[in-house]
Design a protein around this ligand. Structure first.
Ligand SMILES: *Cc1c(COP(=O)(O)O)cnc(C)c1O
Length: 229
């Protein structure tokens, strides 16, 4: 086994064990490989050992990699902060955008998605633990945003994305409660199936709380060097 395969297998085993501990199906949690700051070659190696979904945070860096890796059938997820003036590239080049926290951003993504493409998958980012420095809408805004965003023609609203402080276990549970609350609404969106929660350091906590997609960078690719980008 090469290094990429070893680290990926290690993370997959962690996911599986975390699921088994709380009687969840291991297949109910998807692994998103967070590749920001890592060169295209690192993604190519991870792809070669079976990884298909990759998450990027910085648009310019992501566009370069998308171009360099065109020959691979990668599912690209944008997990960074969404700026209003960058939505066109996101709408055209990605399969998923996780950090949608305002109606206007969802509207722009929907209108800029090409009609020749499948609808863009989006998640509403929620500031679940009320951190000042963080992006995301307030929990109390979610129900209304769901109603509005699920009317848009070229996006598929899939669920919620949160980044709780790793030690704040209650926040993981709050995210799950909110996720379920939308599900139990009369007019729940058709494809409401994704709770994007958990990173390298807290994926077990996240899975125990009900995450369906963990976004893992460091545990797969090693430490990041931001001077590369
Ligand atoms: C960078 C990043 C991750 C990955 O973090 P690791 O701790 O390296 O696993 C996950 N989610 C978001 C939103 C990120 O920006």
């Amino acid at each position: 086994m090469n290094e990429s395969e070893q680290s990926r297998q290690h993370v997959l085993t962690q996911i599986e064990q975390a699921c088994l501990r709380v009687q969840r199906e291991p297949t109910s949690v998807q692994l998103l490989a967070v590749s920001k700051t890592h060169p295209s070659q690192a993604l190519r190696e991870m792809y070669a050992v079976g990884q298909r979904c990759f998450g990027e945070n910085y648009l310019q860096e992501a566009l370069t990699k998308i171009d360099e890796l065109q020959d691979l059938d990668i599912e690209w997820h944008f997990i960074g902060h969404v700026q209003r003036n960058k939505t066109k590239h996101l709408a055209e080049k990605f399969a998923w955008v996780h950090g949608v926290d305002r109606l206007m951003i969802a509207e722009r993504l929907s209108s800029q998605r090409l009609s020749s493409q499948q609808p863009l998958n989006i998640c509403i980012q929620v500031n679940i633990d009320g951190q000042d420095s963080k992006d995301g809408c307030q929990p109390a805004e979610v129900i209304e945003l769901v109603q509005q965003m699920s009317q848009l023609p070229n996006v598929r609203l899939r669920g919620l994305m949160v980044i709780p402080a790793p030690e704040n276990k209650a926040a993981f549970a709050d995210a799950k409660t909110l996720f379920e609350q939308v599900k139990s609404q009369h007019a729940q969106p058709q494809d409401w199936d994704t709770l994007s929660m958990g990173m390298s350091a807290d994926l077990e906590t996240a899975i125990a709380a009900g995450s369906t997609m963990v976004r893992v960078g460091t545990a797969l690719f090693g430490a990041r060097d931001y001077s590369n980008i």
